[in-house]
Ligand binder design. Structure first.
Ligand code: ATP
Length: 623
């Protein structure tokens, strides 16, 4: 398939916001793509060259891309900059220059040069090399790759190649729309979507999944099982507010402490090709690279939002090397920092201090981590996801050898509400967050939130059941004292997977410390947008001075969930009688006295509390 053809699809996709239409266009594109192409396409559609969980980025800023455009078009960088200032978008800038349309181009003597027909595989390979290039002199190398590519392609292709390189390709859909489109590709319906999603939850690599479907059809997905190096979407817990409710729901169950740290999925192999830590894992597929050496171990640590955090936690890596007794394993646990002198576990705020990019090893000695392992998902070729909790737990206990870093989560089996409440009270007294109740025969449902796991937290006794994780969508410029921070109030929202949109729940203007305002300003600095994104549903009353990318997740505590016509979470509109506008049929959910609890760098925007969870929490307040 020619890249030019893909660029035409990009153009079509950019011009629609309707989800069904997006799905159909993508399905047409997937039909047209061949084996060996569709996987690469799935990455390119997201402006990437690898699945989202791989830490591989282009790392090119505006200045570098402008230099590449200059080198690819023969224009001076000053002239490129001038056109860019006018257009405001580097993709459009290169398109204009390449088609030699505008006056500055003609003045600069730009002519359309001969172009080569270039297919998507070739473009992909070059983009991959660009992303992979690191170290000294890599900037010049990247600019050269990009410049040469721009030289050879037509204006429309150049536009999208540049948008990809500068990470500005925003087509307005998520992995979920791609899953729908893969189903649509097969038979023009969404009938296979749930089967595809099941495979995706175990192996969230759209490149892999789409190639399997292309080659073997839906039946091929049956062979998708956990693979060391590819994170599995983590299972989540439902909430309940009493021991009685829990026992009624799942009967006799296992109770584990709810440790307040951060979730880690450990991937371990003794026999896998071993790419350098932090490098792209894809190399495992290239037989000539990074051959396994006898004394090496392949270890990858993934966070809850599938970020590769291996480099940040060398102490867990060392612990895993020493304590995992298997050829290959994938297990999960909660990492928590402790004071090595007193052995006391530290509060979450101090645990997160360990997430850092610099001085990692000193900090690891000062504030070491322990990992409380609570599940195992894969062992030596055996997929453990369909096994019961009891069986998995037994395997886990047999897989972890003695040592100080990895400990097995404490567990007690209870059959009555009284026993459960006693353990809960005991845990709270010890300063834990509460307990996790686990259904004895429950399987591990990758990516799902269900009653196989139930969280019962002490905060449920307070006014509002739990904190809410929300996404910062925009902010107003500061007034009065806060002019100094440049932020007066910020709008927060949730992700609504049904609408594939971010919907609002609150605008927060008070309750932050000076340091928190500063942090917020800093975190939003590189996320500013020129216009409101098309996947934001915001009432006119809640418009913001500045819109930001939906990337910053904040944990919010509030006194109560209320209903409000000016917030769009859960809001339903109906055409007004006059027919020209809409009226609120059901008001949205809003937060009363919201305040910032902490920044949640470990969560993706899609992991924010969902509208249906808010709805349930709203119900619990009065339950
Ligand atoms: P969620 O993961 O449910 O979306 P969250 O990240 O805000 O929400 P909580 O609601 O506090 O976290 O509870 C679930 C989390 O509790 C798990 O993701 C895990 O990190 C942590 N946890 C602590 N102890 C355990 C345990 N024994 N079993 C499972 N999870 C545990």
């Amino acid at each position: 398939m020619l890249f030019r053809r893909l660029a035409e699809y990009f153009q079509q996709l950019e011009s629609t916001t309707l989800r069904n239409k997006l799905t159909e266009i993508l399905a047409d594109l997937f039909k047209e793509a061949g084996k060996g192409e569709i996987g690469k396409l799935c990455y390119l559609l997201q402006g990437r060259v690898a699945p989202l969980y791989e830490a591989i980025e282009f790392g090119m800023g505006e200045k570098m891309v402008i230099r590449a455009i200059a080198s690819g078009t023969g224009l001076e960088t000053e002239a490129v900059l001038k056109i860019f200032k006018n257009k405001g978008d580097l993709g459009e800038t290169v398109e204009e220059i390449k088609s030699a349309k505008s006056l500055p181009c003609r003045q600069a003597g730009v002519k359309r040069k001969a172009e080569r027909k270039i297919n998507i595989k070739e473009v992909y390979e070059i983009l991959y090399k660009m992303a992979e290039a690191g170290g000294e002199g890599s900037q010049d190398g990247k600019i050269q790759y990009l410049g040469n590519l721009i030289k050879e392609v037509d204006p429309l292709s150049a536009k999208y190649i540049i948008k990809i390189a500068i990470a500005k390709l925003r087509l307005g859909f998520s992995d979920m729309t791609i899953l729908d489109s893969l189903s649509w590709m097969i038979d023009g319906t969404k009938a296979s979507r749930s089967q595809i999603e099941k495979a995706y939850n175990v192996r969230p690599d759209l490149g892999d999944i789409s190639e399997v479907i292309k080659e073997k059809g839906i039946r091929g997905l049956g062979n998708i099982t956990p693979e060391v190096g590819t994170p599995i979407l983590m299972a989540r817990a439902e909430r309940m507010t009493s021991g009685r409710d829990i026992i009624e729901k799942i009967g006799k169950c296992a109770i584990e402490p709810k440790y307040d740290g951060f979730r880690v999925q450990v991937h371990f192999s003794k026999s896998k090709f071993n790419p350098p830590a932090g490098g792209p894992i894809y190399k495992k597929k290239d037989e000539n690279l990074h051959l396994f050496k006898e004394d090496e171990r392949f270890i990858r640590l993934f966070s809850r939002n599938l970020e590769d955090v291996t480099k940040m936690y060398p102490d867990i890596v060392e612990g895993a090397k020493k304590q995992i007794k298997a050829k290959e394993a994938i297990l999960e646990g909660e990492a928590i920092a402790y004071n090595p002198k007193t052995g006391v576990y530290l509060p979450f705020q101090e645990t997160v201090q360990r997430k850092r990019k610099y001085n990692i090893s000193e900090k690891a000695k000062e504030v070491p981590l322990r990992l409380f392992a609570f599940d195992i998902l894969y062992l030596d070729g055996q997929n453990l996801l369909p096994l019961s909790y009891v069986k998995r737990r037994e395997i886990l206990e047999n897989t972890i050898g003695k040592g100080e870093t990895i400990l097995i989560a404490r567990e007690e089996i209870v059959s009555t509400p009284k026993e459960l409440e006693e353990i809960f009270e005991e845990s709270v007294k010890q300063g834990l967050e509460g307990v996790m109740a686990k259904k004895l025969e429950g399987v591990y449902r990758a990516g799902a939130r269900d009653f196989n796991w139930i969280k019962y937290k002490k905060s449920y006794a307070s006014k509002l059941a739990d904190t809410i994780d929300a996404v910062v969508m925009g902010y107003d410029l500061g007034q009065g004292k806060r002019t100094g921070f440049g932020i007066g109030g910020f709008l927060i929202g949730l992700y609504d997977p049904k609408k594939e949109k971010f919907v609002t729940v609150s605008k927060i203007g008070t309750g932050l410390t000076d340091e928190e305002w500063k942090q917020l300003k800093l975190r939003t600095k590189n996320q500013k947008l020129r216009t409101k994104p098309k996947n934001y549903e915001v009432d006119n009353m809640m418009e913001c001075d500045v819109w930001v990318e939906p990337k910053i997740v904040v944990e919010i505590r509030a006194d109560e969930i209320t209903r409000s016509p000016v917030h769009t979470a859960g809001r339903v509109m109906k055409p007004s009688k006059s027919g020209s506008a809409y009226d609120v049929e059901v008001p949205g959910f809003a937060l009363r006295f919201p305040r910032l609890e902490r920044f949640r760098g470990d969560k993706k925007p899609q992991d924010a509390t969902t509208v249906s969870e808010i709805q349930r929490m709203y119900g619990m307040q009065y339950g």
